[in-house]
Write a new protein. Structure first.
Length: 315
């Protein structure tokens, strides 16, 4: 059966690209974009769009009824850096939106749920390199705590109510179409914009802070593959580790310098350094590879070429 999809948080960094790709696959009329405001007017104009507050259960329910929704992608979230500033709001948005959607799936109003987790579920006590799927998880950020709690709830709803929920622990995502908002990995996008506009960048993480990252095209492909996989091939109902590429600001700057030789970088770590220091440097994603055939396509060189050419840099 062709799904009828609702994307909550469609104007955000992942949501906007996911919406367009899902519309290419299933048809524009079968993919309803929604967000609390039309912050991406181009996306809002590209097909059906609803104003929707992810914390309002009634609004979500009415939208599901109105459009006969079968699958919900819940992309609304407050990311790590902003969540440290507004812990209550972050908890409210990140947790209650998830409960609303899981409840609708439990009550058979919808069939399938996608919910994004993050590498932020790991903490300072987690093994840093090739972090396994199952390991010590003691997140030290509000965002990470909300994502880990969310993962446990996803598994609980699957085991106790048979909810078909699927999830990925996204690394830092790099994209050129829509800017991220309030994440610790955002530097890896800002740097390209500043390199082109100013030829220099002041980085809020230090030179050697290696983090797991991924190009947006890979993340979208992973999300859709997971949602299209046969239910019985999905053995993990909390959230899957997913690996793309690992690099630090110094290494990223060097790849940019190959294209923009005069580009310079300086380092002024701020409160986000502590968040980054609590996260892994690289991820072991063997369950995603073996269970639903995941394989990343973009390395750092390819990401830099894509970013610079799409942001219209010409040497
Ligand atoms: C963030 O930096 O908060 C996000 C994430 C890693 O989930 N990009």
């Amino acid at each position: 059966m062709t799904p009828k999809i609702l994307i909550i948080g469609a104007c955000g960094q992942i949501g906007s690209e996911l919406t367009l790709t899902l519309r290419d696959i299933y048809g524009t009329s079968r993919v309803i974009a929604s967000d609390i405001r039309k912050s991406n007017p181009e996306l809002a104009a590209s097909g059906p769009f609803e104003i929707l507050d992810a914390t309002d259960k009634e609004q979500i329910g009415s939208c599901i009824d109105k459009h006969g929704i079968t699958d919900v992608y819940l992309m609304a979230a407050m990311l790590s850096a902003t969540a440290e500033k507004y812990p209550d709001k972050a908890w409210d948005l990140n947790m209650n939106s998830l409960f609303h959607v899981l409840d609708f799936a439990r009550d058979k109003k919808i069939k399938k749920v996608f919910w994004p987790s993050s590498i932020a579920v790991f903490g300072p006590g987690t093994p840093k390199e090739q972090t396994p799927q199952q390991t010590i998880m003691e997140p030290s950020t509000v965002y990470g705590i909300s994502k880990l709690a969310g993962e446990r709830w996803c598994e609980y709803y699957y085991k106790n109510y048979g909810v078909d929920v699927r999830s990925i622990r996204y690394p830092g995502l790099i994209s050129w179409k829509t800017s991220p908002g309030g994440g610790t990995t955002d530097y890896a996008i800002d740097i390209y914009h500043q390199a082109i506009e100013k030829g220099s960048y002041e980085c809020f993480l230090d030179e050697n802070t290696t983090l797991p990252m991924m190009y947006m095209d890979d993340a979208i492909r992973a999300t859709i593959s997971l949602m299209q996989a046969e239910s019985n091939s999905i053995k993990i109902r909390s959230s899957y580790n997913l690996s793309g590429v690992s690099f630090n600001p110094g290494e990223l700057a060097k790849t940019i310098q190959k294209h923009i030789p005069g580009f310079s970088i300086s380092y002024k770590p701020d409160f986000r350094q502590k968040i980054a220091d609590s996260w892994p440097g690289s991820i072991d994603d063997s369950p995603a590879r073996t269970q639903w055939g995941w394989k990343a396509g973009f390395d750092l060189e390819a990401i830099t070429e894509e970013m610079l050419s799409n942001l219209n840099f010409s040497s």
